[in-house]
Ligand binder design. Structure first.
Ligand code: PMP
Length: 357
């Protein structure tokens, strides 16, 4: 620790690069990347953008990408904000919209960056326990008397559980909290959820955040976006301009636009992952695992008689990496990214070996 650090830095934990090991020939099922590559049209667009034009700054507003996203989602460009991965979009959201007089409400088991951003931006938080079946209880997010949130954020499908809150339930939360912003982080929605983007024109307090890292298989390009009322987007743009006027580089803009325009590839590659997930769920259940219902590109599973950390370590010895969270209530679980059919077969084979089946 340095005596020169500001107080807020002492509370921050550096990212552990262990989740991104620099080893080939690992079956990497730990950070929810897509097992198949991005659209060939996106790759072609990135290659085409690799030109002398790279000496020029990119478009600070990424208008081409906003136009492509607006067209696909039936919105106006002023309703879209783009950033360097949805983590950056979320960081700007926390700073611009979620620091209010009352606490920010979010589930106790959710994406680990939410409490980190609260710490970074000095936002008071209130964590709300998930139900016994690890679903979000809508009733807990409806304000009662003086108990009102300053704002709300949740991931849907939730991470790391994979559980989906139906769109009607999301709408109940948004409708009941119209004096505060409700952020729905839909990083995994394309693998079986119904997006709340369809509600945006009715609810000026709703912000929906998406990423290109999962369903578009472009984690390496770092692109994410938020969709919402123009007033919310304006707040995000102001924060962005104060940090870095150029969050997306020329290659990212070109690749992301081409990806959005290749709808057929997008649908097909998501469907492949969903089909593999359904097979894997059945195979894991046959091995005795309890698997939470998943609408994401990962599953959350536990074996009634085995420790999650120990199973994760045993898999690691067999060159398969999955994610374990050392946290109350979910200690027994493993979060497993849906890989290719061949990778999932290796996983199931390894688990059989470990369980002696
Ligand atoms: N939200 C959730 C729920 C996530 O799991 C992730 C990925 N770890 C992100 C946002 C951030 O994704 P990215 O920055 O790659 O867009």
């Amino acid at each position: 620790m340095s005596r020169y650090w500001s107080a807020v830095v002492h509370g921050l934990t550096p990212y552990v690069p262990g989740e991104q090991p620099k080893l080939d020939d690992l079956v990497k099922l730990n950070t929810n990347e897509h097992p198949y590559g991005p659209s060939p049209k996106a790759l072609e667009a990135i290659r085409a953008a690799t030109s002398d034009a790279l000496r020029l700054y990119p478009d600070p507003n990424a208008d081409a990408l906003k136009a492509a996203l607006a067209k696909r989602h039936g919105l106006q460009t002023k309703q879209i904000f783009v950033g360097n991965g949805s983590d950056e979009v979320l960081a700007h959201t926390f700073m611009a919209l979620l620091k209010q007089d009352r606490p920010l409400w979010f589930p106790d088991i959710t994406y680990s960056f939410y409490p980190v951003y609260c710490g970074l931006y000095g936002i008071e938080q209130r964590t709300i326990p998930l139900a016994d079946d690890f679903s979000i209880k809508v009733e807990d997010y409806l304000p009662q008397g003086s108990e009102r949130p300053g704002a709300i954020i949740f991931a849907n499908p939730n991470a790391p559980t994979g559980r989906l809150l139906p769109l009607q339930a999301v709408e109940r939360i948004v409708a009941a909290n119209q004096d505060g912003v409700v952020v729905v982080d839909e990083a995994y929605v394309d693998f079986g959820g119904e997006s709340a983007i369809s509600l945006i024109d009715r609810y000026p307090n709703l912000l929906v955040v998406h990423t290109f890292s999962k369903s578009r298989s472009l984690a390496g390009l770092r692109v994410g976006f938020a969709a919402g009322h123009a007033d919310l987007i304006d707040a995000l743009e102001r924060v962005k301009d104060s940090f870095n006027s150029y969050p997306l580089d020329r290659l990212a803009i070109a690749g992301a636009v081409a990806s959005v325009e290749d709808e057929a590839f997008f649908q097909e590659s998501c469907n492949k992952v969903i089909a593999t997930r359904e097979t894997l769920v059945k195979e894991m259940q046959a091995l005795g695992f309890e698997v939470l219902p998943s609408a994401a590109n990962f599953i959350f599973a536990r074996h009634p008689e085995r420790d999650g950390a120990e199973l994760t370590a045993e898999l690691r010895k067999r060159a398969i990496i999955v994610r374990h969270f050392k946290a109350p209530r979910i200690d027994q679980f493993m979060r497993i990214t849906i890989g290719t059919d061949a990778q999932c077969a290796l996983l199931v084979g390894a688990l059989k070996d470990i369980l002696g089946q």
